[in-house]
Ligand binder design. Structure first.
Ligand code: NAD
Length: 331
C-alpha cells in the first residue's frame, strides 16, 4: 500500500524500512507535520501515518478523506490529536500502537526524577568547567519517600515497580483501578491524599477533557511543599503557568518534563539558531530545578522496533481487510 508518513525523522526511517523488509508497502517520507498546509501531500495515499504532534482534526481528516485516505495510522500510543468522531463520520479507520515498551517511558521518568533530585544536569556543567563545588547540589534519599502514580496503566505500573525497588512507598490514583497495580501490594488513594503525602508525583494518564490541567494552581497549592513533579505523559495535563508560579514560590521543589503543552511549535526540530518566542517555555527552562527533554521518553531501540513493526502490521491488516487489533474508536 502507498503510505504517506508525516513528521518522519532520519532515526525513525531506518526502523520503518527494516519493518518493511519484504517491501510490501511503498513508504513516502515527509519531514513536515500533517496540518492543513501540508495535507495536500497526502493526496492519493490510502494510508497516512502520523506522530504525536501531527494535527488530525476534523478539517484535516476531511481533506485527507477527499484525497483518498482511508486509514490513519498513529505511530504512538496517545490519540488526543485525532478527532475520532470526525474519523468515524468519514468512515476512516484509525489505528495506534497500544503497547510498545512501557519500560522506555517509565525508565525515562525515573531518569528525570533522579537527575532533578541529585542535580545531575548542574553537576555535569560544573565539572566540565572545573567547578567542583558541591554547593546547591544536595538531594534527598528516594528510599522511604512517597511516590504518587497518577494513571496506573502499563507505564504507570512499570514506574511503580521501579520505585518500589528504590524502597519508596507508592500510592496510586486512577478512576479505573488496575489489578496489576494492586497485585504489587499497592493502594489507591483519593486525589487529596496525594497532595498531603506525595514527595514525588508522576503523571501516566492520557490527555482527555477530564485530565486537561489535572495539575493546576489548586492542586499545586495542596501539594506537599518541595514536591517533585514528573510528566512524561502529555503536556496538556499540566497548567504550565501555574507550575511556574509554584516553582517561583518554592511550593514545587523540582520539575522533570518530557512533554510540554505548546510542544508542537518546538519539539522534534533543531531551533538552536532561532529566537524562541514562547516566553512561558523560556521561563520554564530558566529554573535550575527544571529539566525538559523533547518528547524522547519512548526513544529506545526496543520501542522504535515495536512501534514500526506494529504500525506496518496494522497497515497490512487493513490492506487485507483483516480485523484491526489496534483500532481506536470514538467512545
Ligand atoms: P494506559 O492506557 O495503559 O494507561 C493509562 C491509565 O490512565 C489507565 O489506567 C487509565 O485508567 C488512567 N486514567 C484515565 N483517566 C485518568 C484520570 N482522570 N486520572 C488518572 N488516571 C487516569 O496507557 P500507557 O501506555 O500507560 O500510557 C500512558 C500515557 O503515556 C499515554 O496516554 C501517553 O499520553 C503517554 N506516553 C508518552 C510517551 C512519551 O514518549 N513521552 C510515550 C508513550 C506514551
Amino acid at each position: 500500500m502507498e503510505v504517506a508518513i508525516f513528521s518522519s525523522t532520519r532515526y525513525e526511517r531506518q526502523y520503518l524500512d527494516a519493518a518493511n523488509h519484504a517491501g510490501q508497502h511503498r513508504l513516502q517520507y515527509f519531514d513536515v507535520a500533517l496540518e492543513m498546509d501540508s495535507v495536500g501531500l497526502a493526496a492519493g495515499y490510502r494510508a497516512v501515518c502520523v506522530f504525536v504532534n501531527d494535527c488530525a482534526d476534523a478539517q484535516v481528516l476531511e481533506a485527507l478523506h477527499k484525497g483518498g485516505t482511508r486509514l490513519l495510522a498513529l505511530r504512538c500510543t496517545g490519540f488526543n490529536n485525532v478527532d475520532l468522531e470526525a474519523a468515524a463520520r468519514l468512515g476512516m479507520k484509525v489505528v495506534r500502537v497500544v503497547t510498545y515498551s512501557p519500560h522506555s517511558v517509565a525508565e525515562h521518568a525515573v531518569a528525570l526524577l533522579l537527575a532533578i533530585n541529585r542535580k545531575v544536569h548542574r553537576a555535569y556543567n560544573r565539572t566540565r568547567d572545573a567547578n567542583f563545588s558541591l554547593d546547591g547540589l544536595t538531594g534527598f534519599d528516594l528510599c522511604g519517600k512517597t511516590v504518587a502514580v497518577v494513571g496506573t496503566g502499563k507505564i504507570g505500573c512499570v514506574f511503580a515497580k521501579i520505585m518500589l525497588g528504590f524502597g519508596c512507598e507508592v500510592i496510586g490514583y486512577d478512576p479505573y483501578p488496575s489489578k496489576e497495580f494492586e497485585a504489587l501490594g499497592l493502594r489507591y488513594v483519593k486525589p487529596g491524599e496525594i497532595g498531603e503525602k506525595a514527595d514525588i508525583i508522576s503523571l501516566h494518564c492520557p490527555l482527555t477533557p477530564a485530565t486537561h490541567h489535572i495539575i493546576n494552581a489548586k492542586t499545586l497549592e495542596r501539594a506537599k511543599p518541595g514536591a517533585i513533579l514528573i510528566n512524561t505523559s502529555r503536556g496538556g495535563l499540566v497548567d504550565t503557568e501555574a507550575v511556574i508560579d509554584a516553582l517561583k514560590s518554592g511550593q514545587l521543589g523540582g520539575l522533570g518534563i518530557d512533554v510540554y503543552e505548546q510542544e508542537a511549535d518546538l519539539f522534534f526540530r533543531d531551533l538552536s539558531s532561532e529566537i524562541i518566542t514562547d516566553d512561558v517555555f523560556q521561563r520554564l527552562v530558566s529554573f535550575p530545578n527544571v529539566i525538559v527533554t523533547g518528547h524522547q521518553a519512548y526513544l529506545t531501540r526496543e520501542a522504535l522496533t515495536t512501534i514500526c513493526e506494529t504500525t506496518l502490521a496494522s497497515i497490512t491488516a487493513f490492506e487485507r481487510g483483516e480485523p484491526l487489533e489496534n483500532e481506536v474508536k470514538a467512545t
